[in-house]
Ligand binder design. Structure first.
Ligand code: NAD
Ligand code: ZN
Length: 351
């Protein structure tokens, strides 16, 4: 069992940690010399039914005054109206600068509650208890918060770090296969851009049970990779681009299907396979890399192809906020475990 604390980043990964949330928050407060009275939990109704009361009771037993705000599950709730609801409730409860928000849920709850924490009274403390694999390995690390606008995803947000991230892999037992696989797409991404050993380990896992028996280590390695890359490039100008492997095409595919056909990780899996195909066609990599990339996706039941052609995706690529500015920067993997930033033009995608 992995029990880890990234001291500089306050990510604690420990099986069953949900039951000790209060204790760990108190410890964090001591370290940071904070005194917090009220805790405002933001969660969604699905997560609330399974874990909401358990967390609330645990925090109350520790001595906090605890309130819970439950939003609808799913991406549609990550909007300005839900945010307004959160602000209103916090004002009514008299939540002050010395109080704290706890985000209990997947990436939607994390992004929304994080943005509320970043902006309410110009910023209050918040901690995250991510409950999806995607949130545990990706959205809870790196300090990005956001909400969606009708015109596009994550168009309003801020860089705002949580003071503590508590990762309990036990909560993944209730996550459905599709959402688990969705998170695995990001794990596979980390292995492809940075960690050949992790990649080899992933190829040896053959069932959900086997995955769960190594999940703490997989989460730890994933968070380490993201943390290391993000620390070198906190505000997303250079190296952080590596994390965008598969995402230029992935975002375009998501947008093309109006976010209905694929979950994010599924679209990114297609994106990773496709960009690797393009790199191969442009004679930048060996065929064996392409074969390995495709086979790891299939191994985890992720899609590798779709009927939409790359040339139909170019307009979405031009609109993606990450591609603003001159010259299109893309990430390719030239060897398993080695992501690389290249400059390309649209010819790269279409022969
Ligand atoms: P999500 O939060 O919608 O969760 C997916 C579903 O799983 C929801 O229906 C939720 O109710 C349910 N769920 C959550 N935990 C559960 C559990 N333990 N058991 C059973 N069901 C559970 O989606 P997500 O995939 O976690 O996150 C996607 C969001 O994350 C997107 O909005 C994306 O923009 C954001 N994101 C942010 C960053 C970042 O750096 N801030 C990075 C990646 C993704
Ligand atoms: Zn992603």
């Amino acid at each position: 069992n992995v029990k880890t604390k990234f001291s500089d980043y306050n990510i604690v990964i420990e099986n069953g940690i949900l039951a000790n949330a209060g204790e760990l928050i108190v410890e964090m407060m001591k370290e940071k010399a904070l005194s917090i009275g009220k805790i405002f939990i933001v969660t969604d109704s699905t997560v609330d039914k399974i874990y909401g009361e358990k967390v609330k009771e645990n925090l109350e037993e520790t001595g906090f005054d605890v309130f819970k705000y439950v939003i609808n599950p799913g991406e549609d709730a990550k909007n300005i109206l839900t945010l307004a609801g959160i602000y209103t409730e916090m004002v009514e409860l008299g939540i002050s600068r010395s109080d704290m928000i706890v985000a209990l849920g997947g990436g939607v709850v994390g992004d929304l509650a994080g943005f509320a924490a970043a902006t309410y009274l110009r910023g209050i403390e918040y901690i995250q208890i991510p409950t999806t694999l995607l949130a545990q390995v990706d959205s809870s690390v790196g300090g990005k918060t956001a909400i969606d606008l009708p015109q596009g995803k994550n168009l309003v947000g801020s860089f705002y770090s949580s003071s503590l991230v508590l990762i309990d892999s036990e909560v993944l037992s209730t996550l459905n296969n599709r959402n688990l696989t969705n998170g695995m797409a990001e794990v596979i991404k980390y292995s492809l851009i940075k960690d050949r050993d992790l990649f080899d380990k992933l190829t040896e896992i053959n069932s959900r049970e086997e995955l769960m028996s190594s999940i703490d280590e997989i989460i730890y390695r994933s968070c380490s990779i993201k943390k290391e890359i993000v620390q070198r490039d906190e505000f997303d100008h250079g190296d952080r681009m590596l994390l965008n492997f598969g995402h230029t095409l992935g975002h375009a595919i998501e947008a093309h299907y109006k976010f209905k056909k694929y979950l994010h990780g599924e679209a990114v899996a297609i994106g990773m396979s496709r960009i690797t195909e393009c790199a191969y066609k442009n004679k930048m990599i060996d065929e064996k890399v392409l074969i390995e990339v495709r086979s790891i996706m299939k191994h985890y039941g992720l899609p590798i192809s779709d009927e939409v052609e790359n040339k139909e995706l170019l307009t979405y690529i031009a609109k993606d906020k990450k591609n603003f500015g001159s010259g299109l920067k893309l990430i390719i993997v030239d060897e398993i475990g080695n992501g690389k930033i290249i400059e390309a033009n649209t010819d790269f995608f279409v022969e």
